[in-house]
Design a protein. Structure first.
Length: 167
């Protein structure tokens, strides 16, 4: 599947793509492969002004100091529920809303941890906060921040990782 940039979105420079975006792509693929036994492809990488949909479930983690922004990993409810069921297979048959939110938070935490390890010793090294889960863009404070969007498709559903950062 070829990557696309939506109309009105801007491409990411090759340098930022290689040095910042690729580690987050690798981290996301690794985390979901290990946690939920799933594979996905990258549909798009771009600079974007889009935000999570009003009903998306998102893990939000603050990234400091080098990135000085937030990682927002957003899933439509159906995709989040699928991943939670995959993660909890053999543990519980009942996956309720709270377990889905907990799984989204844990995915965000593991993605951030993987990316942190990949970016250690680079100009983009960072520390991260504990994840908080939000629905839509409620309480998402990203005004004035540049947004790098990585759109994924796993066959089980689409989702997005957004890196909001000071440019």
């Amino acid at each position: 599947m070829a990557e696309m940039v939506a109309e009105g979105e801007q491409p990411v420079s090759p340098e930022i793509r290689a040095k910042l975006v690729e580690p987050f792509i690798t981290a996301t693929r690794t985390a979901l492969r290990e946690m939920a036994n799933t594979e996905m492809v990258v549909r798009a990488v771009c600079r974007s002004s889009s935000h999570p949909a009003s009903d998306d479930i998102s893990a939000v983690l603050q990234l400091t100091p080098a990135i000085d922004g937030s990682l927002v990993l957003s899933f439509p409810e159906r995709t989040a529920a699928f991943l939670a069921r995959q993660m909890l297979a053999g543990v519980t048959a009942e996956v309720d809303d709270q377990l889905i939110r907990d799984c989204v938070a844990e995915i965000g935490n593991v993605v951030a941890g993987q990316a942190k390890a990949l970016l250690a010793g680079t100009p983009f090294h960072f520390a991260f906060s504990l994840p908080r889960v939000i629905i839509g863009i409620d309480d998402l404070q990203v005004a004035g921040l540049d947004c790098l969007l990585i759109a994924f498709d796993g066959g089980f559903g689409k989702f997005a990782l957004r890196l909001y950062r000071r440019s």
